[in-house]
Design a protein around this ligand. Structure first.
Ligand SMILES: Cc1ncc(COP(=O)(O)O)c(C=O)c1O
Length: 400
């Protein structure tokens, strides 16, 4: 009886692996292989196949997968102290905040550390509500800011917001790059405008400088706070520390996550002097925010970005992709290492590249594929990608 039960359990176990049954609640459809480990710009499957990761672990692997300097910093900190909340002062936490301010070139800013993009945006929006005493929020059409309640309120994705419509805050959408609409909008009851300087999920839709300037002017006049959601555009990805530096437009708050600590969960809200001064002790908090391991990983990440000159590298990635693919019938969108390839046969190109073990991201625009590789992806990886894309078009041409 016991043997039969054991045999049954064994068969069930094999079946579960085969039909991918899992105790995990499903979220996104995963790649059709299991990841064993990662190194630099590659991830390696458990059947030992390596894939070039132009998806960057969802724009997270800023310094590549398991960069030795980041691994070493995490290991050393883990041996010293894994965690203590902000109830205890830690030198490494102070150091991390100062390093981020220096990196951002925003010397009079303050930093609030938390754990995820949604948590950073939720706090930034909440802060704006407190300071202004206003309820309404403004974001851009097709903007994507996370899955917490205030973040959903400013996210323009009906599929994920509709079930919670009864809980969402009052918010209005502005069309991207519509300067006249920005100038005509009445911001007098608006707590904050939040935007991605480059809308990633929407299909790499970049804000134009004049539009950002118009919004900066209008929000400043109305006493509305301007928040740049730099969860994808920050940490050197555009070739500058943040998109705020890239455009030369200073928001009141910047939110950062994803690549901030090379994949160790960490997020930050950078607050202007005035915003910081309007807050009282106890207004903000997060148990795990600024844990010492996250701080160590972040310091190592910023160290690698400086030492390996990864900001110029991001600019190099863009110029290489733009120049080498210029003759092909596709549009290249975005800046730095946050790029979109727009073409009618995007789905076919994605499958073709996957067959060649090159990963990239899709977007909510079915004609746009996203490239958000590690900033230190090699020239060899770039050449492999470029050759594969060229070859795809040759095949298309000869089939036509
Ligand atoms: C622009 C942007 N904002 C916010 C978020 C939410 O971040 P998280 O998933 O860490 O909560 C994301 C996640 O993809 C994002 O791309």
């Amino acid at each position: 009886m016991r043997r039969a039960l054991r045999a049954g359990l064994h068969i069930m176990h094999i079946c579960c692996i085969k039909c991918s049954m899992s105790a995990l609640q499903s979220t996104y459809t995963p790649f059709p292989f299991r990841i064993s480990h990662g190194a630099g710009d590659q991830i390696i499957s458990d059947s030992d196949q390596s894939y070039l990761d132009f998806y960057g672990g969802h724009c997270v692997a800023s310094t590549g997968h398991s960069h030795p300097a980041v691994v070493q910093a995490i290991q050393a900190q883990a041996a010293k102290l894994i965690f203590y909340s902000t109830a205890g002062e830690l030198a490494i936490r102070e150091q991390a905040a100062q390093a981020l301010i220096d990196f951002a070139r925003w010397p009079d800013a303050k930093v609030f550390f938390c754990n995820s993009g949604a948590e950073a945006n939720e706090n930034a929006l909440k802060i704006a509500g407190k300071i202004t005493g206003r309820k309404r929020l403004v974001s851009l059409e097709k903007g994507w800011h996370g899955r917490s309640t205030l973040c959903l309120s400013v996210t323009d994705d009906d599929k994920i917001t509709r079930p919670y419509a009864h809980w969402l805050a009052a918010s209005t959408r502005l069309p991207i790059n519509d300067i006249a609409a920005a100038q005509a909008m009445d911001f007098s009851d608006v707590a904050a405008v939040i935007l991605e300087p480059i809308q990633s999920m929407a299909g790499i839709r970049a804000c134009e400088l004049a539009f950002l300037q118009a919004l900066r002017d209008a929000t400043r006049k109305a006493g509305t706070l301007l928040i740049f959601d730099e969860i994808q555009t920050g940490i050197g990805r555009l070739g500058t520390p943040f998109a705020a530096n890239f455009f030369g437009v200073q928001p009141d708050m910047i939110t950062s996550a994803k690549g901030l600590a090379s994949g160790v969960p960490m997020a930050a809200v950078l607050l202007s002097d005035a915003v910081s001064a309007a807050l009282a002790p106890g207004d903000l908090g997060s148990t795990f925010g600024a844990g010492p391991i996250a701080c160590a990983a972040m310091l190592a990440t910023l160290g690698v970005i400086a030492e390996e000159q990864l900001m110029p590298r991001a600019a190099h990635i863009e110029s290489k992709i733009r120049s080498e693919l210029a003759a092909l019938p596709l549009a290249i969108l975005g800046h730095g290492a946050l790029l979109g390839l727009k073409l009618a046969k995007a789905a076919q190109l994605k499958s073709y590249l996957f067959e060649r073990r090159i990963l990239l991201g899709t977007s909510s625009d079915p004609s746009v594929l996203r490239l958000m590789p590690p900033l230190n992806c090699t020239d060899q990886a770039l050449a492999t990608l470029i050759d594969a894309i060229r070859y795809f078009f040759q095949i298309q041409e000869s089939a036509a």
